[in-house]
Write a protein that binds this ligand. Structure first.
Ligand SMILES: [Zn+2]
Length: 89
């Protein structure tokens, strides 16, 4: 059973279209490392809040904000301070 609150929490796949508009490519399979706890996840697997002002993607392990996207009529602001590109295996 889901409450109205649960329905507002999605995963990164829900914002695949917005990410593709910004980066020009499918970002959901790209790995991102949390700067807070070091957890590595696909962007499509991050916790997405899309009903906040803008889009917020959070770490699945510690809930740190990894990506923040705010679209205004004139521009798109992307804050990725909470995300690192993980080192190659
Ligand atoms: Zn984390």
């Amino acid at each position: 059973m889901t409450s109205p609150k649960d329905e507002m929490v999605l995963d990164g796949n829900a914002v695949a279209g917005t990410l593709a508009e910004i980066y020009g490519d499918d970002m959901t399979t790209v790995l991102a490392e949390c700067t807070s706890c070091g957890n590595v996840d696909h962007i499509g697997g991050l916790i997405a809040y899309v009903h906040a002002p803008g889009i917020v993607l959070r770490c699945t392990a510690c809930a740190t904000i990894m990506i923040r996207i705010v679209q205004t009529p004139k521009r798109t602001l992307v804050d990725v301070r909470g995300k690192r590109i993980p080192p190659p295996p």
